[in-house]
Design a protein around this ligand. Structure first.
Ligand code: NAD
Length: 336
């Protein structure tokens, strides 16, 4: 198939080319740097499928343009699919495929890296030592052992994080619509969300972004957390109301914040903007806090994850070409 690959970076090309070669080089991959949007759909003209990433906007207008050009498949290089209008996709007969599990450990391990860095102020220590400042004031951390980690969403990534936290000797409290019996057997305790928020020293978000989880972390839920809590979000930006989090940081209710995702990240992340002015005042405010650590949606970014993403993406495209069905389709059955 001919595939228009949007939001391409050099690393996407490297891993997708390798996966396509391993599949006999059967697909023609056209690498495009722009993000998918109504204005860029014209670049997909002549293609059979579109391959897209997390900040590509597959909204109704985009899907209508793609459908008009005869495209029938969107192969997402991600697990999350909140950027696709599934109702429009269903109406237009466009199949949406994704990569449901590539490396949950990649994201869970990055989450732990953020938790440890924030706890032990590694981001501050790194700068201090380089400037010849070897003082320890302001770098005081806490033992992970015995602390309570609240995991919101115990699917693949949340479960991997829970197991790592258990390894540190943490108590793990979890909240999910569908509790995982294996995790309970491993020592995880499930609790309603208010109870988790009231008891966790660290709250880590691993549920998908859905209408129900949009701004799940808001002024009211932040108010239920322990004073000085560490909040970490490596899931999707809009699960957190960023303005409410900034208020929480200013009041001291939130003591430490780690973000790998941000509500308005589409205009910032994955690009080198170091020579430009940041026009997003909310994001700029976040960067002023010494107790905030931001990474630019890099939790997935390991060799293993990129290989798996590329292999599953090529397998999705191949299966669709051969059978009319992708290997991992996003179900639109329950949509109206
Ligand atoms: P998953 O589908 O395996 O698990 C999601 C879990 O969330 C499920 O157990 C589900 O029951 C639960 N859930 C759904 N709605 C909920 C709600 N309202 N309240 C509580 N729990 C709820 O997904 P996963 O592979 O673990 O990925 C989780 C999320 O992580 C993805 O949706 C994606 O947004 C994000 N992600 C981020 C990165 C990154 O690089 N930062 C990479 C991959 C995935």
């Amino acid at each position: 198939m001919q595939v228009a690959v949007f939001s391409t970076k050099p690393y996407d090309r490297r891993f997708l080319d390798a996966a396509n070669a391993a599949a006999g080089g059967r697909h023609r991959l056209d690498y495009l740097e722009p993000r998918l949007s109504p204005a860029t759909t014209v670049l997909a003209r002549g293609a059979d499928a579109v391959c897209a990433f997390v900040n590509d906007a597959a909204d109704a207008a985009t899907l209508e343009a793609l459908s008009g050009a005869g495209l029938r498949l969107i192969a997402l290089r991600s697990a999350g699919f909140n950027n696709v209008d599934l109702v429009a996709a269903r109406r237009l007969g466009i199949t949406v495929a994704r990569v449901p599990a590539y490396s949950p450990e990649a994201v869970a391990e990055h989450t732990i890296a953020m938790i440890l860095a924030l706890n032990r102020r590694i981001h501050r220590a790194y700068n201090r030592v380089r400037e010849g400042n070897f003082a320890l004031d302001g770098l005081l951390g806490f033992d992970m052992k015995g602390r309570t980690v609240g995991v919101v969403g115990t699917g693949r990534i949340g479960a991997a994080l829970a197991r790592i936290a258990l390894g540190f000797g943490c108590r793990v409290l979890a909240y999910d619509l569908r509790p995982d019996a294996d995790l309970v057997a491993a020592g995880v305790a499930y609790a309603p969300l208010p109870e988790l928020l009231a008891n966790a020293d660290i709250v880590s978000l691993h549920c998908p972004l859905t209408p129900e989880t949009h701004h799940l972390i808001n002024a009211e839920t932040i108010g239920r957390m322990r004073r000085g809590v560490m909040l970490v979000n490596t899931s999707r930006g809009a699960i957190v109301d960023t303005r409410a989090v900034i208020d929480g940081l200013k009041s001291g209710q939130i003591g430490l914040l780690g973000l790998d995702v941000y509500e308005e990240e589409a205009d910032l992340f994955f690009e080198d903007l170091s020579g430009r002015v940041i026009n997003d005042d909310v994001f700029a405010r976040l960067l002023t806090f010494p107790n905030v650590l931001v990474t630019a949606h890099q939790a997935f970014f390991t060799e293993e994850a990129l290989s798996a993403i590329a292999e599953t993406t090529i397998a999705n495209i191949t299966a669709f070409e051969e059978t009319g069905r992708a290997l991992h389709e996003v179900s639109t059955e329950r949509l109206v």
